[in-house]
Design a protein around this ligand. Structure first.
Ligand SMILES: [Zn+2]
Length: 77
């Protein structure tokens, strides 16, 4: 796979301590997807994001539990 990246993008592969990621399944196409969660966005977040596989929109709901772990739901939007 050939994919051109600008040199200044490669640093993004550093282990991210500020972001959590969540692995889920697209409700439209069934592909496995990884979402980046921004913990600084609050204990409850809701936003629309497009699937990078099929480009259809998800309604993503993020909620933080008492232990600080995030639970994420992806609904078809
Ligand atoms: Zn999809």
């Amino acid at each position: 796979m050939t994919r051109h990246r600008r040199p200044d993008e490669e640093d993004d592969d550093e282990p991210g301590l500020l972001e959590d990621s969540f692995e889920g399944t697209c409700p439209h196409c069934g592909e496995s997807v990884t979402l980046a969660i921004d913990p600084s966005g609050g204990d409850h977040q809701e936003y629309v994001e497009d699937c990078e596989i099929c480009c259809r929109p998800w309604l993503v709901t993020v909620s933080a539990g008492d232990d600080g772990a995030f639970s994420v739901t992806i609904d078809p939007s």
